[in-house]
Design a protein around this ligand. Structure first.
Ligand SMILES: Cc1cc2nc3c(=O)[nH]c(=O)nc-3n(C[C@H](O)[C@H](O)[C@H](O)COP(=O)(O)OP(=O)(O)OC[C@H]3O[C@@H](n4cnc5c(N)ncnc54)[C@H](O)[C@@H]3O)c2cc1C
Length: 284
């Protein structure tokens, strides 16, 4: 186990993101991806969290499995909107007690079905504060180079992001297909006096419809040329993976050339695309 802040201080990191499985097929796929990717010796891996706690127990189980039975440093994601202060204290305290040293602190999204929910937390910054009182975590936060979908404009987005990064140890971005907004965001943060490292996220996509849906939800622009290539590859899994590797390799090279502090790969719980992107970049 290591603290991600310390890893970043030592040099470029390579990290992988996994999602909690929803059924036994997905569980098998995740377990295979973990076995396949562990030999690449990622600096750390992270496990996402279903908004409002929908994957609370599964996220925790996978995090604890990685911590206890692999050599990989692990970071749970946690959202705070729709959780009470007691729930957050229990979840974060539980991680502290099992020796977890890293946390990705997220605001998250309120339930869309109109149901009532606790309103103790509204934004990620409040979770950072609560987590720091509970344990000595290395804390990361989310960043959106193309601006968070709920931000009214670029200026407001960067102001709140800068505030959040001032009290966090590092950021990780939403996935994107054009490196310009990422490098612009880094410059805008620097102009606001913030140089906390922000890791760019690279999507190793496996499914065209899924990619388009996620891009729509997260306001990640898919360039017209990529849309055309996705249309051609759709329906042929190997062609989709090859396209993901081509796009991920190109993005990764530009990000490394531009001095990014590391690369965070969204694995979608598959190993092959991630492995090929890193091999192409000469990183593993
Ligand atoms: C790397 C990464 C990992 C993610 N992992 C998950 C996951 O595991 N599970 C999940 O459900 N979602 C995840 N998300 C998505 C995340 O939950 C959404 O972005 C969510 O809509 C907001 O959470 P946040 O932490 O990004 O935002 P926050 O920092 O809370 O900000 C949300 C919005 O509020 C604004 N804001 C912030 N502070 C204030 C303030 N004081 N006053 C007014 N406005 C303010 C911000 O500008 C922004 O528009 C992830 C995103 C990224 C980039």
């Amino acid at each position: 186990m290591a603290r991600i802040k310390d890893l970043l201080a030592r040099g470029r990191t390579i990290s992988f993101e996994f999602g909690p499985p929803r059924d036994s097929d997905a569980e098998q796929r995740l377990q295979k991806a973990l076995v396949d990717l562990e030999p690449l010796e990622p600096s750390f891996v992270s496990v996402t969290y279903g908004a409002g706690g929908s994957t609370r127990d599964t996220t925790r189980r996978i995090v604890e499995q990685i911590a206890s039975s692999t050599s990989m440093t692990v970071m749970p994601h946690l959202t705070c909107v729709a959780h009470s202060r007691e729930q957050i204290t229990e979840i974060v305290g539980g991680y502290r007690d099992t020796g977890i040293e890293n946390l990705l602190a997220l605001g998250g999204d309120a339930p869309a079905d109109g149901s009532e929910y606790p309103t103790d937390f509204r934004y990620a910054a409040e979770l950072i504060e609560a987590a720091r009182e509970i344990g000595d975590f290395s804390i990361g936060v989310a960043a959106f180079p193309e601006v968070h979908p709920r931000s009214p404009d670029n200026h407001t987005d960067r102001r709140f992001l800068a505030e959040k990064l001032r009290v966090a140890d590092f950021g990780i971005t939403q996935f994107f297909f054009d490196t310009d907004p990422y490098f612009r965001m880094v410059e805008e943060l620097a102009a606001l006096g913030v140089d906390t490292p922000v890791l760019p996220g690279i999507m190793s996509f496996v499914n065209v419809d899924g990619l388009r849906r996620m891009a729509g939800m997260n306001a990640s622009t898919i360039p017209d040329e990529l849309h055309r290539k996705l249309d051609l590859a759709a329906g042929t899994p190997s062609a989709v993976r090859e396209l993901a590797v081509e796009v991920g390799t190109e993005l990764g090279q530009k990000l490394l050339d531009g001095g990014a502090p590391g690369l965070h790969l969204y694995t979608m719980n598959f190993s092959r695309g991630t492995t090929e992107i890193l091999a192409n970049l000469g990183l593993r």
